[in-house]
Design a protein around this ligand. Structure first.
Ligand SMILES: [Zn+2]
Length: 214
């Protein structure tokens, strides 16, 4: 059975009240769960080395190519041994990942009402064969005027977050500080985000990716 796994993100850039408190708080774990827990086996994926660089096609609107390139560069910088890489490509038919500015088909769950933009990542994942059919589809849509500074900042956050899913983080961090929190406020990944990505590239995978026409 192929089920669509859709991960929704809603970003509000306004409430970024810095809280550096937490001194003396218990030490957080260095990583969070990135796999989809399923029976009989978990669904875990990272791009094999021969698939790199991942080819990403981006709709040329709202500076999404720039935001996507920033996210690629930022995530790459967090890897210790160049375990992951991606490039923007001009041919959407040849892409592993598509970035589109429209709402995804099918039902969507609206989680809030005061966000400047929304992001979604759709994975076509067969839970029996554990095959991920490419391309991964990322959607990024404004909720207000796309020319507002807050909306532009929101797209920056959303692209970091959704590219994080495309790297292989198929879950959300439970920590609001992380870029992979479902409703992130940080502009870039935290050390925990980077360490999670690093660990997952050295962990066992159960999912293989293939193009629909292969
Ligand atoms: Zn997400």
């Amino acid at each position: 059975m192929t089920r669509r796994v859709r991960m929704a993100t809603l970003v509000a850039t306004v409430a970024a009240l810095a809280g550096c408190g937490e001194i003396g708080a218990p030490t957080r774990s260095d990583i969070y769960e990135w796999r989809i827990i399923s029976t009989p086996d978990t669904l875990a994926f990272h791009w094999p080395r021969e698939a790199l660089p991942v080819r990403i096609w981006v709709q040329d609107i709202y500076d999404l190519p720039m935001h996507t390139q920033n996210a690629i560069d930022g995530w790459k910088s967090g890897f210790l041994y160049r375990e992951w890489d991606a490039v923007l490509v001009s041919d959407s038919l040849d892409a592993d990942v598509l970035v589109l500015s429209k709402f995804p088909n099918g039902p969507t769950i609206l989680l809030g009402t005061v966000q400047e933009c929304e992001g979604y990542t759709d994975l076509a994942l067969d839970t029996d064969t554990k095959v991920l059919t490419l391309p991964i589809r990322i959607y990024a849509v404004p909720r207000y005027d796309p020319d507002l500074e807050a909306t532009k900042a929101c797209f920056g956050i959303v692209m970091y977050h959704e590219i994080g899913h495309a790297i292989g983080i198929f879950r959300h961090s439970p920590d609001p500080a992380d870029i992979m929190y479902f409703n992130p406020t940080t502009a870039t990944p935290t050390q925990r985000d980077f360490q999670t990505a690093e660990v997952l590239y050295h962990a066992r995978t159960t999912v293989t990716a293939t193009h629909a026409d292969d």
